[in-house]
Design a protein around this ligand. Structure first.
Ligand SMILES: [Zn+2]
Length: 201
């Protein structure tokens, strides 16, 4: 129906989450109408982000240096680690302005049905951080999503930490977050309250 190059653009855009065939078409035509500069800026930003962005060697958040901005910020409390499923979950927690510690991004949640086991997540790396006596950890806040897999992940980590580092306080976000929802979609007031009201596991 379309020239091959347009068809290619439509099919690439259609791979993005939440973009159906019609939206992909609409975006493709928008790009066709855009100036060459704007289209080039979009293409370059995609190339650049894939070239530059990597995972922080400490917390696995997105970074454009070996360590992310939060891990290198000396004003952040290094004794406090907030564990989240995805790098995208750091943003909503930051937006609450209620959290001044550091993070640990697991890269997903435990889901044996989908074949996601502890080895598939950055769990061993979390335990190593907790074990590292040069940087004592007081508290680990489990901020995985309030979903079945998120809860299972939090329980699993809490069990391991209780065995491995009984001196570390392990907390979970207070209820009030929409059950079954993702942290990403929680508003900052609700999430801020859930952080302040976190309870020990
Ligand atoms: Zn980091």
């Amino acid at each position: 129906m379309y020239a091959p190059s347009i068809q290619r653009l439509i099919s690439e855009l259609g791979k993005l989450p939440g973009i159906g065939a019609r939206t992909a078409q609409r975006l493709a035509f928008h790009i066709l109408r855009a100036s060459s500069e704007d289209a080039a800026a979009l293409a370059e930003s995609i190339t650049e982000v894939k070239l530059r962005i990597r995972l922080c060697e400490v917390c696995f958040n997105l970074a454009d240096e070996p360590r992310c901005r939060i891990c290198t910020d000396e004003r952040r409390d290094a004794g406090l680690i907030c564990v989240v499923e995805e790098a995208g979950d750091v943003i909503p927690v930051e937006r609450t302005h209620e959290y001044r510690g550091r993070y640990h991004v697991l890269g997903g949640a435990l889901s044996p049905i989908d074949g996601v086991d502890p080895e598939d997540l950055k769990m061993a790396e979390l335990y190593r951080r907790v074990d590292d006596r040069t940087q004592p950890i007081r508290e680990v806040v489990l901020a995985t999503n309030p979903t079945t897999t998120g809860e299972a992940t939090a329980l699993h980590i809490a069990d391991v930490l209780r065995e491995r580092a009984p001196e570390v306080i392990v907390t979970r976000l207070a209820s009030g977050l929409p059950v079954g929802g993702d942290l990403e979609y929680a508003d900052e007031v609700t999430l801020g309250k859930a952080l302040l009201g976190r309870r020990q596991m």
